[in-house]
Design a protein around this ligand. Structure first.
Ligand code: MN
Length: 759
């Protein structure tokens, strides 16, 4: 056991002005209070607070924090009281010890307890003084290091709690070393076999590659010397848990693992960081996509460093981190490192808030919990989902979002705000672009990318797990389908009025709505758009309303006004198409059962989409809506024997205007993490937009997706398909059939019908 003077020496080594009397008093007080108590290991109990204090000296913390470490279990486990500690050590220390005692009484890993409420209490206890968290983490670290003596069932619970709450908190505070050790110790307890396999592999790898690693390090160091840069080059082995996470994330085996060893280059100034980077990039070839500059844009937890991967000496992939020593201590010690750079440590937490984004995050989160609009909501959730496992995630601004386990970024987005959910198009988890189907984990920071014109696609309802998200998605689908029907209905209505040369004033409109039992003109449009009301019925009603005797014969269908000499004409202003009745002839209206083809006839494009460069054909069936299909469309087979007019169609594009056109394609792929991200970025790399996406089949190993994308013409579309086919794991890319294009529409229709039934 460490002696009193040894502890004092440890503190004085970095803080010569440390209050020696305070440290001695705390040492003696705690030792006497714990007396003959023993730990599970059989050691005297006092060994524990002493070790906790020792851990904190490594973080160079102030003397008050070290004293608190010695005292941290006295109120909970001995006859000491808050009042007595206040009296002997002052209120500052008393308050921190009290905060720690409160945390000890929380049972964060327990399912029976309100986890969210306990997390809230934990954060509130930390809010009083951030040193509460630092001591708590050191306390937990020592308990984890000595976990082997604890009974099995308790062991797992403690490890679980550490993995889910304390390790992420340490990470969020930028304390990477603390986080990594807590994770590895928990991992070892929770998954002993996996831990052992990875540990053995890492050790063997390090042993086999010692010579290569040394050579690479020497070569790097030599290059820096040649360039006149003084740099400290070290290598380090990845931690078992971070290897495990990487294997899980990328679904790769141990053998496929690269970058097991990373190199760290520490220099004196920011300038030298970039100079060093220049030397590295000029000397070796860079692995694309791996360069990250966290110096110009630090991470949320204050982490700063340059990352790059090169094909280095010995043709090995070498991962490099370049940073200053100040950045390095912040990377290792996080929030605790800030204490290093000031003389007067205690008290002034305001300054820490300015200096440390991590600390500002903590304050902010706590503020939201205590006075923001959310605590009520937070508690509501807690009550509702009390007995469910939860994950705690954060917005980039540090707002805590509690979600049930299995929740996705879509749930997250809707939990933050319905508008954010509705306009959500993609997301970044901890800074990395990830599919919206990813299951969130504790401590994830989720950033939602939005597009105000976007609406949730139908398949999201199956992906989302929270009631709030599902309800909002359903509502939004219903609205979108209604808007579509309304637009189409209005087109039909206006075209009908024009065709029949009706003008309808306000009074007549009200009368018409009454006759049709419609509440508003909008419901009339929707009914027309959904074909619940036919155009013929509407005309009939109008005739009755106006007291018309329908005696005039419809004029025979001829060439619409404005047709060119060779028979081409347009049907609407600014339309992208020109039409011609085959051979340029006229057709008698009778064969169409009354359908007309004249200026104002509604035109739509078949659901699979047509592109400039496609050969096309237009079909005018009895419902009077001219539909344009690509010539290869399967839907055309259906019209071969039917009463419908076939029309020639040409593009009539304005060369000045760059226009994009929607087209649907089918992509089949093997399921692997990140494949959706790869697909989206490949589509984006061809300058095309994704408008909609639908997972038709999702099996564990295979996905069949429909993408609606926007492109300028068939050449750009072909560019997209060729690019996609190059992605490993994609088995097929092709243009969708009309039926497939209609799938999304049909799904929305089904939801609508369901809704109508419910009402
Ligand atoms: Mn303790």
């Amino acid at each position: 056991m460490m002696r009193q003077y040894e502890l004092v020496e440890l503190v004085q080594a970095y803080n010569p002005n440390a209050d020696e009397a305070l440290l001695n008093k705390a040492y003696v007080y705690a030792m006497q209070k714990h007396g003959s108590q023993r730990r599970a290991s059989g050691d005297p109990y006092f060994a524990h607070p002493l070790e906790v204090a020792a851990i904190l000296t490594k973080l160079h913390l102030d003397d008050a924090t070290i004293a608190v470490a010695l005292l941290h279990d006295t109120i909970e486990d001995t006859d000491a009281t808050r009042a007595e500690i206040d009296q002997v050590f002052g209120q500052e220390i008393g308050a921190i010890v009290d905060g720690l005692t409160k945390i000890d009484r929380l049972n964060l890993g327990s399912r029976e307890e309100a986890q969210a409420e306990n997390l809230r209490k934990l954060l509130l206890a930390i809010a009083e003084d951030v040193r509460v968290l630092l001591v708590k983490l050191a306390d937990r670290l020592h308990n984890m290091r000595t976990l082997e003596f604890v009974p099995e069932h308790k062991k797992r619970r403690i490890a679980q709690e550490t993995m889910e709450i304390y390790a992420p908190l340490a990470g969020r505070m930028g304390m990477q070393d603390m986080r990594s050790e807590l994770e590895d110790l928990s991992f070892q307890t929770l998954h002993p076999e996996q831990y052992q396999v990875i540990r053995n592999h890492l050790d063997a790898y390090a042993k086999d590659n010692r010579a290569v690693v040394d050579e690479i390090r020497m070569e790097l160091a030599q290059r820096f010397v040649d360039a006149g840069i003084i740099a400290d080059v070290t290598s380090r082995l990845k931690a078992p848990f971070s290897v495990f996470k990487k294997m899980e994330r990328k679904s790769i085996s141990l053998e496929q693992l690269s970058d097991i060893i990373g190199f760290r280059v520490i220099v004196d100034s920011v300038d030298l960081c970039y100079k060093t980077l220049g030397v590295v990039h000029q000397t070796w070839s860079v692995v694309p996509g791996r360069f990250k500059d966290y110096i110009s844009t630090p991470k949320q937890n204050d982490y700063r460093s340059i990352h790059t991967t090169i094909v280095g000496p010995e043709r090995e992939r070498v991962e490099l981190q370049i940073r200053t020593s100040e950045m390095n201590s912040i990377a290792e010690m996080g929030i605790a490192a800030h204490a290093l750079y000031k003389d007067e440590i205690s008290g002034d937490m305001k300054r820490l808030e300015h200096e440390s984004r991590a600390y500002a995050w903590l304050r902010n989160t706590i503020k939201h919990l205590t006075e923001g609009e959310n605590p009520q909501e937070f508690l509501e959730h807690t009550k509702l989902e009390l007995f469910q496992d939860q994950v705690f995630c954060f917005t980039p601004r540090g707002r805590l979002i509690a979600l049930p386990r299995g929740a996705t970024p879509i749930d997250f987005a809707f939990a933050v705000h319905t508008d954010i959910g509705n306009s959500c198009v993609s997301c970044r988890i901890n800074g990395t672009a990830m599919p919206l189907t990813t299951k969130l984990r504790n401590g994830d920071e989720v950033q939602i990318d939005r597009d105000e014109n976007h609406r949730p696609p139908p398949n999201w309802e199956n992906i989302a797990v929270t009631g709030k998200a599902r309800a909002a998605i359903r509502r939004s689908l219903r609205l979108a389908a209604q808007e579509r029907a309304e637009r189409l209905g209005k087109q039909i209505y206006d075209a009908l009025l024009e065709r029949e040369a009706f003008s309808v004033n306000r009074k007549e409109q009200d009368e018409l709505l009454k006759r049709l039992k419609m509440r508003s003109i909008r419901s009339l449009y929707v009914a027309l758009g959904e074909a619940q009301l036919s155009g013929e019925d509407l005309v009939h009603e109008l005739d009755e309303l106006k007291g018309y005797e329908r005696t005039r014969k419809r004029k025979p269908l001829g060439l619409p006004v404005g047709a060119s000499k060779d028979g081409w004409f347009s049907l609407a202003q600014g339309e992208n198409f020109k039409f011609r009745i085959p051979g340029g002839q006229t057709v008698d209206a009778d064969i169409l059962g009354g359908a007309h083809l004249e200026f104002g006839t509604p035109v739509k494009v078949s659901a699979e989409g047509v592109l400039p460069g496609d050969r096309m054909v237009g079909i005018l069936p009895e419902n009077g809506i001219l539909t344009i299909y690509p010539i290869g469309s399967e839907a055309l087979l259906e019209y071969q024997d039917k009463d419908a007019l076939w029309v020639d169609v040409l593009w009539d594009l304005d060369a000045e205007r760059h226009q994009n056109f929607p087209v649907v394609m089918v992509v089949q792929s093997v399921n692997k993490p990140g494949i959706l991200g790869q697909i989206s970025s490949s589509i984006a790399s061809c300058d095309a937009n994704i408008v909609n996406l639908f997972f038709r089949t999702v099996r564990s190993d295979f996905s069949d997706m429909l993408f609606c994308i926007e492109v300028q013409d068939i050449a750009q579309f072909n560019d997209v398909t060729t690019t996609l086919k190059r992605i490993v794991g994609i088995s097929n890319v092709r243009r969708a059939t009309c039926e497939e294009g209609e799938l999304i529409d049909n799904l929305t229709q089904q939801y609508k019908q369901l809704e109508t039934k419910v009402n």
